[in-house]
Design a protein around this ligand. Structure first.
Ligand SMILES: C[S@@+](CC[C@H](N)C(=O)[O-])C[C@H]1O[C@@H](n2cnc3c(N)ncnc32)[C@H](O)[C@@H]1O
Length: 226
């Protein structure tokens, strides 16, 4: 019963149990490594406009801040949990103090109009909590500038029996339906494996290589990849 309540906290941490869930996400090595891996794949330009959906404790944002700090880039973080919003702001206090890292409490499925014009939108173990994934992905795709990238990473939590490759397959269909191109995914051999599904808001682009935020607009469009 207590375990079940704690597991539920990962979808919307709140109260005392939410603090514990936040602490687990911030310190569990699998989560720390997964967020670091995602930041390495994303590697945006230092001037990029970035949005993370469902940032939780804000580990990936802390990694990306070190990339954009020398430039003029910005990061917006949106999470449905006010507890996680405060926790992530504390963890990223330097970026917040600069005015270039901003957190707001909100629902990925109902984002305000002003959150748009991004070079990169991403989420880490976030999309499985959206009631209508197709509509949310289509909406996020609309918020990218031409050439901008959407990346949704997933590593199955202990409570899930959906392997990461299966999730990536489902997300690739939804990315295609949303009109994104160069749709493919990277796989990382964690235990269990994790995937990062990627798509680009540009015609005729190819799957971006791991570690490259920029799509290759010279090569033919690819299907799934690793
Ligand atoms: C499993 S946690 C992952 C947190 C973080 N991305 C990480 O990997 O450490 C999922 C996060 O998504 C947030 N979340 C769930 N549903 C959401 C929604 N509809 N809109 C925005 N955030 C949401 C939760 O509050 C939680 O912080």
């Amino acid at each position: 019963m207590i375990k079940k309540r704690l597991i539920g906290q990962f979808s919307h941490p709140r109260g005392l149990a939410g603090r514990l869930a936040g602490r687990i996400m911030a310190t569990r090595s699998s989560n720390v490594e997964r967020n670091r891996w995602v930041a390495e794949i994303l590697r945006p330009s230092p001037d990029a406009r970035i949005l993370e959906i469902g940032h939780g404790p804000g580990l990936a944002i802390a990694e990306l801040w070190t990339v954009i700090e020398p430039g003029s880039g910005t990061i917006d973080g949106v999470d449905v949990s006010s507890l996680m919003s405060r926790d992530a702001a504390r963890r990223n206090r330097t970026g917040v103090a600069s005015g270039r890292v901003r957190f707001r409490v909100g629902d990925a499925q109902r984002l305000p109009a002003e959150l748009s014009g991004y070079d990169l939108i991403y989420g880490v173990n976030a999309s499985m909590f959206w009631d209508d994934q197709a509509a949310t992905i289509a909406d996020l795709a609309e918020r990218l500038v031409p050439g901008g990238q959407l990346v949704l990473a997933y590593m199955p939590p202990p409570t899930s029996d959906l392997p990461a490759e299966a999730m990536a397959g489902q997300l690739e269909v939804l990315f295609d339906q949303a009109g994104l191109t160069a749709v493919c995914h990277d796989t990382m051999a964690f235990d269990p494996p994790a995937t990062a599904t990627k798509g680009v808001a540009a015609p005729d682009s190819a799957c971006p290589a791991p570690g490259s935020a920029a799509p290759d607009t010279t090569a033919p469009t690819s299907g799934a990849g690793e």
